[in-house]
Design a protein. Structure first.
Length: 49
C-alpha cells in the first residue's frame, strides 16, 4: 500500500487540523494562521526549485 502525499492533500489536511484547533482553543488563532501561511508559502516556493 503506497500513500501519495501531494501538496494539495497536505494543505487540506493542515487546514482541517487548524480549523479544529481554532474551535477548541481560540487563543491559538494567531499562531495557527502564521504557521499555516508559512507552510503554504514554503510549499509554493519549493515548486519553483
Amino acid at each position: 500500500m503506497t500513500i501519495n502525499l501531494d501538496t494539495g492533500f497536505i494543505v487540506a489536511l493542515l487546514s482541517l487540523l487548524a480549523g479544529v484547533l481554532i474551535l477548541i482553543v481560540p487563543r491559538l488563532l494567531n499562531y495557527i494562521v502564521a504557521f499555516y501561511l508559512i507552510l503554504v508559502g514554503l510549499s509554493g516556493l519549493l515548486a519553483y526549485f
